[in-house]
Ligand binder design. Structure first.
Ligand SMILES: CC(C)(COP(=O)(O)OP(=O)(O)OC[C@H]1O[C@@H](n2cnc3c(N)ncnc32)[C@H](O)[C@@H]1OP(=O)(O)O)[C@@H](O)C(=O)NCCC(=O)NCCS
Length: 326
């Protein structure tokens, strides 16, 4: 008997999820090492704080964990949207489990006022790609997934000075009071990144949102590091952000990088990112690699990443559709 239920990820039995994610990874990403138990633990315990509340549904077949659906509900201008990802154990695919998870999740997400569902990592020519295409999702963007392995890069390439007149400021977890307003304004600049037709809108950045997210990182033990570029007038005009998660001491996540339009073309993006890499390699001994992802249309960012030592590992599609009718 198949049973789909909304559950609390913090109470979940990690070994069971590890077995599911490991089996799926071996089939879906045969070239990559499968996730460790700690990586699965991190995914279960730590939501993507920037993307809002997270919900988890499980599908059990005769009591055994057969698949799950993870959804996130962004806010601050994205109340129309839910992100979702479904995984079904490879031995149990094509029996309707993925469809049942999608149906159940869609009803609940509609009840919470969401209108569009978006899946942001669909491997081309995979069962997942066929699953979403057959269910009326359309491709709205293509992203590249990039990894920097510290062992393969000469740190000398990160010795990049900021342009004259600008200085770099850095902090962990809490923006300084005297910079937080201009920092919130500079965060808006990410809205200029090529969005494709993604339903995700640049969030409405306010000091209140900044402080709320900072509290969320603290609550989940996430170390959010920020390097900001400060212009001669004392205001933040560019930022780059990186997460160090508990349970994943070897892997950092490079998040948003953005520079306000009036300050582009000066090399601030590269200087900030290079400074971030110097910083984390200097004081995080166990760290081995950093991952990031960016839209293929954002050639500028992908090029900066290549210059800093990132290699493109794979491309994937972002797809979405209306929740009505699912
Ligand atoms: C996508 C996924 C969740 C589907 O789970 P599932 O339990 O097999 O889903 P269902 O049985 O309800 O539906 C399977 C559908 O996927 C598509 N599909 C999957 N594999 C396929 C294949 N090898 N050839 C053709 N179509 C395929 C078809 O539309 C199929 O429907 P059909 O069996 O009626 O033809 C599963 O393949 C998976 O876990 N993939 C890896 C994770 C992923 O890519 N997730 C992204 C999508 S949210």
């Amino acid at each position: 008997m198949l049973e789909v239920r909304l559950v609390d990820g913090r109470q979940a039995d990690v070994d069971e999820y590890h077995e599911l994610q490991r089996a799926a990874s071996l089939v879906d990403y045969p070239q990559s090492p499968p996730p460790t138990r700690d990586a699965v633990l991190a995914r279960l315990r730590d939501p993507d704080v920037d993307l809002g509340e997270r919900l988890l549904w499980t599908a059990r077949l005769d009591g055994r964990l057969a698949g799950c659906l993870i959804a996130q509900l962004p806010v601050d201008g994205n109340e129309h949207l839910a992100f979702a990802r479904i995984v079904v154990h490879p031995a149990l695919r094509r029996q309707g489990i993925g469809s049942e998870l999608l149906r159940t999740g869609a009803v609940a997400l509609r009840e919470r006022g969401r209108v569009v569902v978006e899946v942001s990592q669909v491997e081309p020519n995979s069962p997942g790609a066929r699953f979403v295409a057959d269910r009326g999702f359309r491709t709205v963007n293509i992203s590249v997934f990039q990894i920097l392995e510290f062992a393969e890069v000469d740190p000398a390439i990160w010795e990049v000075e900021p342009p004259p007149g600008y200085r770099l400021v850095r902090w962990i977890g809490h923006a300084p009071e005297d910079l937080v307003e201009s920092y919130a304004r500079a965060r808006h600049a990410i809205g200029d990144a090529p969005p494709g037709e993604s339903a995700f809108r640049a969030p409405d950045w306010t000091v209140e949102r900044v402080r709320r997210l900072e509290a969320g990182y603290r609550e989940h033990g996430i170390e959010r590091r920020v390097v900001a570029a400060v212009a001669p007038n004392g205001e933040v005009v560019g930022v780059t952000e990186l997460d160090l998660q508990p349970f994943r001491p070897e892997l950092a996540a490079q998040r948003d990088t953005a520079v306000l339009a009036a300050h582009r073309g000066l090399g601030l993006g590269q200087a900030m990112k290079a400074h971030m890499l110097c910083w984390i390699t200097a004081d995080k001994a166990g760290l081995r690699r950093v991952w990031t992802s960016t839209a293929t249309a954002n050639q500028y960012m992908a090029d900066v990443n290549h210059r800093l030592g990132f290699a493109t590992v794979r491309r994937y599609s972002v797809v979405n559709r209306e929740l009505a009718g699912l």
